[in-house]
Design a protein around this ligand. Sequence first.
Ligand code: BG6
Length: 515
Amino acid sequence: MDSKDHEVKTQTVFRTLGSCEIGIPNPCGFIIFGASGDLTRRKIIPSFYRLQKNRLLPERFFILGTSRTEMGADQFREKMLSAVKEAFPGDFDEACWKEFAPLLHYSPIRYDFQESYGKSLRENLIQLEKKYQTGGNRTFYLALPPSLYEPVILNLGAINLSQEGRAHTHVVIEKPFGRDLDSARRLNQVLKHSFKETEIFRIDHYLALETVQNILMFRFANSIFEPLWNRRYIDHVQITVSETLGIEQRAGYYEEAGILRDMFQNHMFQLLALTAMEPPAVFAADPVRDEKVKVFRSIRPFPLDRFNECVAIGQYGKGKINQQPVPGYREEAGVSEKTTIPTFAAMKVLIDNWRWNGIPFYLRSGKRLSRRKTEISIHFRPVPHLMFSNTLNEPIEPNTLVLRVHPDEGMDLILQTKNSGSRVCLNPISMNFSYQKDVLMDAYEWVLLNCLSDDQLLFVREDGVEQTWALLTPVIEKLESLTSAEKFPNYASGSSGPEEADLLIKRDGREWRPL
Ligand code: BG6
């Protein structure tokens, strides 16, 4: 590759989408391992199609799908066409597909067979790089079960596909990043064998959600909230991710994971870190990730001898979702009859630093709950003196700021106002803001775009992964040894979760926000 090829990396062209300026990534080849799988069908290809539709893909770009399935490029395109039509029913754009389809290529592989990488994959890749003039920039995306990460990463390294040339090479991996601290460390070691940390993109799709990206802007671009964002003015924080869905067809994975591995080690702790972190000096990947890791390091270890004070778990039984009967977790296909895997957890987290000392963060997440809702609510302290007490009988509700992640992305600030016509009659009102839907990009579109643009801000760093596992591994192990089959199910599908979760917060004289 000559130096001219290398120059393609540094030019940034911007495109306006709605009111946003979005950078177009540099030319690149995108290689998907697991191209015949579900993730490629449901998320990756539909997201690339939408990026193409919005003219956000690099001018010189191709996708090379690879998996064990023997098929040709035409068959791969056919499969991806049906995936795109399925993903956007009623919104399929034939003209866009005609431009997009020729970018798709396919080459079969045997994941554990090194020769297969050197021969078919490399040969194909080099040919495509010449054809599309991508300057050798490569992104490898592992849309694979975790058991295949290791052979693929090591084989990419062994034949130097990960490091040849001077152009950029990225590897993208999906959670779960291990299943405990030891396996996470091992995975990081394997990754480091073939890639540098700056080339590793660990996806947590929550970081790419519009409202989640907005947390730092909201906190640090407005001067009116930050002075209040601490233990002097905040009473507590609640983070809720509730789902109405069950485990769908993922029993095999879920029986190994459970809610703490599936939602807390990643999404929940990332939301917590963005809410609690200090302002970094600059808004860039490493300074932001440094601050998040500082939060994880300041979290007080959970007291294993006084478990009930800080963790409550649950598993759904049968019930009704949207008036339709649904089975309990133990009745789902592929789930063992006596499983003790939790599908719900609530947690009280304390952060031992100057800003948050003594202020609890209550986290809860569960499947098959009454409503689909993701939000972060900041509960301010009550006013210090109630001068209306001579005329008001009831205590007044403290202010709450709600960052709505899903649905209806936006925010609410709940304030007290006087009812018109009365002398003193207070009424909580909500100041609302909703994002304009037409400019919203899907989380996966952001993830792909940022990865191609070499921006690690929305991705999780090695130390962040290990620190969160260090906190949760002892909790999970203790729970696994303590939980008996008789404990579950302890909440009905369509309810707001188990009673233990209510007790967890009521013990502190507080209540969950309704779902
Ligand atoms: C995934 C979990 O990471 O996040 C799923 O594996 C969960 O179990 C999903 O349902 C929730 O994401 P979202 O974007 O639907 O809130």
